[in-house]
Design a protein around this ligand. Structure first.
Ligand SMILES: [Zn+2]
Length: 147
């Protein structure tokens, strides 16, 4: 099969869903796409953590942009498993943060807490390599005397 044909065949298989940009968020309505977006088409992507092949389906896009009112520039990064895992981790990290803020003086010497916190930070790096808190990690390492 020649590549042009297979590409066309692929396109025929893609499912599209009619777009209604009037339902977008106010911010998205100010974009150029607002004036020409007619349909959503399944978008393939690769999970940035586990590399599994995924699809941001047309139906999902409609829900994301028109019901949840997410920015129309939003793209999927993770598969559903990694996505749930990242949400769980973000929640756990903020619990640790709150605990730290409330009980700093006693937690400074709590190696168990500090070790767990550091492990959490290290795992979080797999999800958000550019969004981890360098200053806090350095502080925890220092309290654990890891240099
Ligand atoms: Zn994944």
């Amino acid at each position: 099969m020649n590549p042009a044909m297979s590409k066309r065949a692929q396109k025929d298989q893609q499912i599209s869903v009619a777009a209604d940009p009037k339902q977008w968020s106010e911010q998205s309505k100010r974009s150029v796409a607002y004036h020409f977006k007619r349909e959503y088409v399944d978008e393939p992507y690769k999970c940035s953590r586990c590399s599994v092949a995924c699809t941001f389906t047309a139906q999902d896009q409609k829900y994301t942009f028109e019901i949840k009112k997410a920015s129309k520039d939003q793209r999927r990064k993770f598969c559903s498993t990694c996505w749930s895992e990242s949400n769980r981790m973000r929640a756990t990290l903020s619990e640790y943060d709150l605990r730290w803020t409330a009980e700093k003086s006693s937690l400074r010497a709590n190696r168990e807490f500090l070790t767990e916190w550091l492990e959490l930070f290290m795992r979080w790096k797999q999800f958000a390599p550019y969004k981890h808190d360098i200053a806090k990690i350095a502080m925890v390492r220092c309290l654990l005397k890891l240099g």
